[in-house]
Ligand binder design. Sequence first.
Ligand code: UT7
Length: 339
Amino acid sequence: MNKKVKAAITGVAGYVPDYVLTNEELSQMVDTTDEWIMTRIGIRERRILKEEGKATSDMAAKAVKRLLKKTGTRAEEIDMLVWCGVTGDMLFPATSNVIADKAGAVNAFGLDINAGCSSFLFSLITVSQYIENGRCKKIVLVGAEKMSAITDYTDRSTCPLFGDGAAAVLIEPVNEELGIIDSILRTDGSGRKHLYQAAGGSLRPPTMETVLRRQHYIYQEGQAVFKAAVSKMADTSMEIMERNGLTSDTVDWLVPHQANMRIIDATGNRMGLPREKVMVNIDKYGNTSAATIPLCLWDWESKLKKGDNIVIATFGAGFSWGAIYLKWAYTGVRDESKK
Ligand code: UT7
């Protein structure tokens, strides 16, 4: 009997810029303190891409090149390269095309996907269909963001939150019961009024006025987003556990979007998970939007084992949110370049 082909993550690699923006430095830019940021958000520092003329695609291409090296994949073998996020190099052409060019993925077709901070999870489920239906054999999905490009460093309510970074995964077919097992993805566009970048698109093209009004930066009503994030991330995580017969004992890891430590704790607590099972790196990278989840997988790769039950949960602008259940496909750091 033919078993259904599953799509699995078979490698992960990341890149973060060197510059470390600390709470101390932020407190010299706006009226804030390390204590406020640590207790309300849980971020100690974040990375910032400072180099002149460098963009999201530069970080993404570095992550992709590391991924190809680690997994022993030639750039020409990639069938599809997807970049996801909200801070593309330009409105067009698609940033995936720029990344494919920089990484040498000459046979890949490129696609950009934007689902706010939920971009990585939405894209993972979308591209996995191309593996399951046999259209593609090797897909690279990279979540990368230069959030510093749209962060207003005079606004203390948003500037401590965000950081820059990139991480890429390789997605391939597997014939075992591994990889992506189930997903719940949802959007509610009526939440768009709470989190957006007002100008620069077709609704409000850039003018002197939009610049003076600081409308090219992130606008967020923190409390409204916080409330929705806590309930939606926890609800969908519980739903995915229940419908797959998972319990707090059989879930090995929760990978939550890294927006606020209090949202992460609320989700982990609802699922009944001890802190050791929850991946957290918000303290050192902040909210890197589409890159938070693959950056967690990269940081935790050495601890993951084949068959581990992983729940990934997300929430972001849109509103867009969801949770997925996957079984990890390999044990320890996959690094073919060291063999
Ligand atoms: O990834 C996309 C999804 N985004 C999120 O999930 C973010 C969700 N929201 C949050 O994480 C939180 O709402 C924030 C961290 C953004 C804000 O935390 P909060 O506990 O909701 O604070 P708040 O906005 O209610 O502000 C409380 C107080 C206010 O002062 P008053 O009015 O009580 O005097 C703010 O002016 O804290 C003040 N405040 C600050 N104080 C020191 C706001 N930002 C700062 C700051 N430093 N950086």
